[in-house]
Structure formats: C-alpha cells, structure tokens
Design a protein around this ligand. Structure first.
Ligand SMILES: [Zn+2]
Length: 261
C-alpha cells in the first residue's frame, strides 16, 4: 500500500493575516479528514532559508513581505510564510524519491511573482520548491498542473524565467469538460522528472468557482498518479493553494489525496 505523506506545521492552523486564505479555522476540516484516515503520515517542515527564497524572489520582495508582516501582523505572517515555503521544499524532496506527498500549507503561493505579491500569496511555494530540486540536481524538468480557480500568474512569472518547466491551468465547465482538458494536456506533456500540482479547491461546486465535484478532485489525483507512474517513476506532489469552503475543504483534499496515492 502506498501512503501519502502530509507536510504540515501546527503554526499554520492559526490565523496569520486578514485574507480569506489566512482565516481562522480554514484548515480544521482538512486536519480532521486526513488524521482520521489510515495511511497518512504527518511531517513537520522547517522554515525556508534566504538562499532558498532568493532562487524565486528578489531581496526587495522578501524585505517587503517582512515589513508587511511586522507592521500589520506582529511578524507572524513572515514566520508562517517561511514555513509554507519550507513545507513546499520538504514535499518536493519526498516526491523526488518517488513517494507521493501533499503539502497542507498556507499562505498559498501561486500569485507571488519574482518581485511582487497579491491574491493572499507572499512567497511562491511551488517555484521555491521546484527551483530547490533543480539546484540540488534532483530534477531537470517538471510539469505543474495548477487546478486552482485562479490563474497562477506567480508560478508562470517565476518558472518561465528558467528552462524545463511546463505549466497548465486547466479550463472547462463541469467535471467532464474540465477533466478532459487535464487528461489531454497531461497526455501530451513533454518529458519530465516530476509532476506537481498547485492544488486549489476553490473550483469546488460549493466554493467560489461553483464548478467541480468532490469526485472530480479524486479523479485529478488519479490522473496525476497515472501519468507520474508512466513518465517519471511516480514522482508526484501537490501544494495547497486556494479553497474557501471551510466545512468541505477536508473532504475535497482527502478525495484528491486518495486519488494521488
Ligand atoms: Zn484561487
């Protein structure tokens, strides 16, 4: 039996900013749903280092996140953001040895670009993670499936400055059309060493996007698993991005992870 490792730190449970992504209680149903399933193992991350952040962001960017954190949130936001980026690295490292992994992290990251941030994001967790793997010589090429409701402009901004990264934000109204788009693009991807997902659950039918069912998230997980086994020794991981239906976020993440494992 293959287990999905869950990278999570208790500091992420408490609110760290005033955005919907940082709201109190947002991760509670996920912690509940994943801890009640046999076969999930929780791993705590360490904070990302400056060297690791600087692969994706300018030093001015890091300083401005730190300033915002100190002036508005007593420094807490910066500490949690470092843990999220560190959690992304940990998830990617686990995946690079063929073990499926889900980073239950926040703040999200896919709207943070090289030199700016918005959309509840501060550091681009996915870019920090993939650029770490590349610098460590663990991968050359990666595919990123960004299934958040919103286009991951930060992932694109940072990763398109480097060779070897393919990114796709699927489209489609309803499960069938959306999953067909995911399948078509993944079928045609170029050679990769790892498949990753910016896993936003705000496409959910009872969330902002009003689009996908819980079963669709499970199917996305299964499609990623199948292609990773065919193309890159099963190397696969996902990082939490959006998802604002607090009650159902847990069942949706669990459905996705059950597909991914
Ligand atoms: Zn989103």
């Amino acid at each position: 039996m293959v287990f999905v490792k869950i990278v999570y730190h208790p500091m992420m449970k408490e609110s760290y900013d005033s955005t919907p992504a940082g709201a109190t209680g947002r991760l509670d149903s996920a912690i509940q749903a994943l801890s009640s399933v046999h076969g999930y193992k929780c791993i705590e991350p360490e904070p990302a280092t400056q060297e690791q952040l600087l692969r994706a962001h300018s030093s001015q960017h890091i300083e401005s996140v730190k300033r915002e954190s100190e002036s508005r949130y007593g420094g807490r936001l910066y500490d949690v953001a470092l843990l999220a980026a560190g959690g992304a690295i940990k998830s990617a490292r686990i995946a690079a040895r063929g073990e499926p992994c889900f980073g239950l992290i926040r703040p999200p990251g896919h709207h943070a670009s090289y030199d700016g941030y918005w959309g509840f994001c501060y550091f681009c967790n996915m870019a920090v993670a993939l650029l770490h793997l590349k610098a460590a010589g663990l991968i050359e090429r990666a595919f990123v499936l960004d299934f958040d409701l919103h286009h991951g402009d930060g992932n694109v901004d940072i990763l398109s400055r480097h060779n070897g990264f393919q990114i796709h934000n699927p489209r489609g109204r309803g499960d069938e059309e959306y999953l067909a788009d995911v399948e078509r693009v993944m079928e045609n991807m170029q050679e990769v060493d790892i498949i990753s997902a910016s896993a936003g659950f705000d496409q959910y039918e009872h969330d902002w996007g009003g689009n996908l069912s819980t079963e669709a998230f499970g199917e996305i997980g299964r499609i990623i698993k199948r292609h990773s086994l065919e193309k890159c020794n099963g190397n696969r991981f996902a990082l939490l991005e959006g998802g604002y239906n607090h009650a159902d976020l847990g069942v949706n993440i669990r459905a996705f992870c059950n597909g991914l494992r």
